[in-house]
Design a protein around this ligand. Structure first.
Ligand SMILES: NC(=O)c1ccc[n+]([C@@H]2O[C@H](COP(=O)([O-])OP(=O)(O)OC[C@H]3O[C@@H](n4cnc5c(N)ncnc54)[C@H](OP(=O)(O)O)[C@@H]3O)[C@@H](O)[C@H]2O)c1
Length: 320
């Protein structure tokens, strides 16, 4: 079969579509004929220098996909740690979900990572079961126009959250506002910490979804109000974060880690998340936002787009 192989650590030039042997499903795994693959920032990191829990090159790339399950012909969307960008993949049954009838392959391939991650961010922020209060809880979402960001906006809207989001471009912010984002901050033009002070009259937010790392973790903590939570789930700048715990004492704030690779091994947790997500899907409230679809042969361009942060919504590889 054809597969996208990371031949060595490096840039997009290290990606090659090659003929490789068909996958052999292990215990608890099933074979899926893949239609499309959703590209994630973790794929870029895997290519550049490796990703925790993923083998060293050469390896078949890709963490999520949409396709037809061999066993029953069911159209499924799935999550795995590598080897999704291939004509066939073997994936764990508990990490395969039926694709909603009205979604195409690109949409199915873009669901698992973004929506489970965004859902768990609200869970970690303690906002899923929050009783409706007089004032809506406030959340600051970094990279709001990206894959996880647009999913977080769709879910935040359902939860009645007052959302603030950062992006590098007015055009991207305008498009996310159409999805329900109330306050967009262009961080190229404004310091977001200062903007948050002004927008919340010095009060701050209940949670920040933080995936930048470096100075942004401490800066995001400073955007919190009393008892607020920073949900840390990424490191797009590649820089190490430093948070002084004393800044947490001052307002009873906390920092929470979120890693889907780890959470996805917890069957009960994944089932409870899917129970809620599938209800929202069936009610027509959730649908992946596809920004860019590339044929398999142009995978290097797709990776480069995401690496540069030039994407809006999800970047998808069409496999067949
Ligand atoms: N922990 C987990 O389980 C988990 C799961 C999924 C994703 N993540 C993390 O969440 C983040 C978003 O992932 P995604 O796949 O949904 O990507 P994405 O948000 O679709 O794309 C990344 C976006 O981040 C923004 N950005 C800001 N600084 C950047 C930088 N230095 N380099 C590149 N982009 C930058 C860009 O938007 P603007 O131009 O608008 O700033 C870009 O479009 C990544 O850090 C990823 O590792 C973590």
């Amino acid at each position: 079969m054809k597969a996208l192989v990371i031949t060595r650590s490096g840039g997009p030039e290290a990606l090659e579509v090659q003929e490789v042997p068909d996958p052999q499903p292990g215990t608890g795994q099933e074979l899926v004929k893949v239609e499309a693959g959703g590209l994630n920032f973790a794929d870029v990191m895997t290519l550049q220098g490796g990703y925790p829990g993923t083998p060293k090159p050469p390896l078949v790339a890709g963490r999520e996909f949409c396709g037809i399950r061999d066993r029953d012909g069911q159209r499924v969307m799935g999550y795995t740690q590598w080897a999704a960008f291939a004509e066939r993949t073997a994936a764990h049954s508990m990490l395969l979900w039926p694709v909603p009838k009205e979604w195409n392959g690109a949409e199915g391939s873009s669901f698992p990572v973004n929506y489970f991650t965004a859902y768990f961010a609200y869970w970690k922020a303690g906002l899923l079961d929050k009783k409706r209060e007089d004032t809506a809880p406030r959340v600051l979402i970094h990279a709001v126009a990206g894959g996880v960001g647009t999913a977080a906006v769709q879910i935040g809207k359902l939860l009645g959250v007052e959302m603030y989001g950062t992006s590098s471009s007015e055009e991207k912010l305008a498009r996310v506002k159409d999805l329900g984002l109330q306050h967009g901050i262009n961080y190229k033009q404004h310091d977001y910490e200062q903007a948050m002070k002004e927008l919340t009259h010095g009060d701050g937010v209940d949670a920040v979804f933080e995936m930048l790392g470096g100075e942004h973790t401490a800066k995001s903590v400073r955007c919190l109000r009393d008892f607020g939570r920073a949900i840390v789930y990424g490191n797009a700048t590649g820089e190490k974060s430093a948070v002084d715990p004393r800044t947490l004492y001052a307002k009873g704030a906390s920092v929470h880690g979120l890693w889907l690779t780890y959470l996805s091994q917890n069957r009960k947790l994944m089932e409870s998340a899917w129970n809620q997500l599938s209800i929202w899907i069936n009610q027509g409230h959730l649908k992946p936002i596809i920004g860019h679809v590339f044929p398999f042969s142009r995978a290097p361009e797709a990776y480069e787009l995401l690496r540069k942060g030039s994407n809006f919504g999800k970047v998808v590889l069409q496999i067949v």
